[in-house]
Design a protein around this ligand. Structure first.
Ligand SMILES: [Zn+2]
Length: 445
């Protein structure tokens, strides 16, 4: 594999000491970070196949989008004016047309999503949807790192739930290692997956050593159902069902009570994917209690959610939104620092997904998942703090180079594996075909 030396960059290591290295270097060998440091310790450039002079660049770990549904790019712009965090909004604008999806739609859609993600600096994403096989294949073809949670929507049909569970188990057993790994993904507990199915999913996840990714305390129905039935919030009802014994990664979490936060804190591997843009867009008053969760020791990662609920995969924008909404919620200026926002979008995302030994920070021995932002363009200027400049002045569109496992997937803003135009044209044909099928089925919203 090609070795590379990156030089003269401002490097955010996001390692335990959270170092910023000015005019630093990083060596990539055999897909891993072989070393990094200041100019004084730089190895001989002649030893490397590729040299990248990154003066004027910010270099950091690849961003981790901890919650999305990549195939749903097909619904971008199709749910405007509707909340996607209520059963009605989701059912009317997503679920009904979704019934016209076929497996052949997924590859082109996920390819476009992966292209947008990597071009804006995301190197790992956590996905939850059906058609998990096709999503995993498309992520693999794009070269990204991914956790693909096999989505199970039961909606009162027990036979369908059992059938889906068997397929999910087979998927998880096949897709256990490499850049793309498999999890279970019950859509939303109690709302569309019953207790028996949830318990079966937990047992299988624990048995297979994989995680569960789900939506939790996102819409009003989540807690309303369990409060009416058991007098408990969804989080506490799930805890009673043994849900928190394994790895649980919960998206949204807008309505967590102090008791719910205690459940997350006491669990061995529970984390939250805070999707600030999607939460704000829904119009719900609840905002994920990020400050309280972090104070309780809970890992909080950041996600865009699907691009019908967000419209963008830009994780720089998502860091900015998370920072601003935390200020609004807490009633004080910037209770979550820029450095913490960077950690949430990198190492905390990796920790949530159980891959922090492999990615999420720039440390010798870890996979070379690296992004280089060009800080020389408009919108940037001399600044005392690089993380703040990136989050509040920069954008995913400032990404110049991206490596995943040492492979350069973006060079000078261009995809290396497949031309973006080819991906876009294939997607456009799929989009037209899908929506004409939806219209023919009488399900167009
Ligand atoms: Zn979601």
């Amino acid at each position: 594999m090609t070795s590379a030396l990156l030089t003269d960059a401002t490097i955010l290591t996001v390692d335990p000491a959270d170092r910023t290295i000015i005019r630093g270097w990083i060596a990539i060998e055999d897909g891993r970070i072989a070393g990094l440091g200041t100019a004084a310790s730089m190895p001989d450039p002649k030893r490397f196949d590729m040299l990248h002079d990154l003066a004027g660049h910010l270099v950091m770990p690849g961003l981790i989008n901890a919650h999305t549904h990549a195939a749903m790019v097909l619904f971008r712009g199709r749910s405007e004016g509707h909340s996607l965090l209520t059963m009605d909004g989701w059912y009317d604008t997503i679920r009904e047309p979704e019934l016209s999806l076929v497996a052949a739609d997924i590859g082109p859609a996920v390819a476009l999503s992966c292209a947008e993600m990597v071009l804006s600096g995301t190197t790992t994403f956590c996905d939850q949807y059906f058609f998990a096989e096709q999503i995993a294949a498309a992520a693999d073809a794009a070269g990204l790192r991914a956790v693909v949670a096999y989505g199970i929507v039961q909606l009162g049909d027990q036979a369908r739930g059992a059938e889906e569970l068997a397929l999910a188990a087979a998927f998880v057993q096949r897709q256990r290692q490499g850049r793309v790994i498999a999890w279970f993904g019950p859509h939303a507990p109690y709302v569309d997956n019953d207790e028996a199915l949830l318990r079966a999913e937990v047992a299988m996840a624990v048995e297979n050593g994989c995680g569960m990714h789900l939506h939790m305390a996102a819409g009003p129905e989540d807690n309303a159902l369990t409060l009416a039935r058991y007098g408990l919030t969804a989080t506490q009802a799930l805890a009673l069902d043994g849900f928190f014994q394994g790895r649980v990664h919960a998206a949204h979490c807008l309505d967590l009570s102090p008791e719910d936060i205690a459940v997350f804190a006491a669990a061995p591997a529970a984390s939250v994917a805070h999707c600030a843009s999607a939460g704000l867009r829904s119009g719900r008053a609840g905002i994920c209690p990020v400050v309280d969760l972090r104070a309780a020791g809970v890992t909080v990662a950041l996600g865009t959610d699907n691009v019908a609920a967000n419209n963008s995969y830009d994780m720089v924008a998502e860091m900015r939104m998370a920072g601003l909404v935390a200020s609004h919620r807490e009633g004080r200026a910037q209770p979550v620092s820029s450095r913490d926002l960077i950690r949430m979008a990198t190492i905390d995302g990796a920790r949530a997904l159980g891959i922090d030994g492999e990615t999420g920070s720039l440390e010798p021995g870890k996979a070379a998942d690296i992004v280089a932002f060009d800080m020389r363009g408009p919108g940037w200027s001399e600044t005392p703090d690089a993380p703040t400049a990136l989050i509040y002045s920069g954008s995913g569109r400032d990404v110049r180079h991206v490596w995943v496992a040492g492979e350069q997937l973006v060079t000078d803003r261009i995809l290396t594996r497949r031309p973006f135009d080819e991906i876009r044209h294939e997607y456009s044909a799929t989009y037209a075909d899908f929506w004409s099928r939806v219209a023919a089925a009488g399900k167009a919203h």
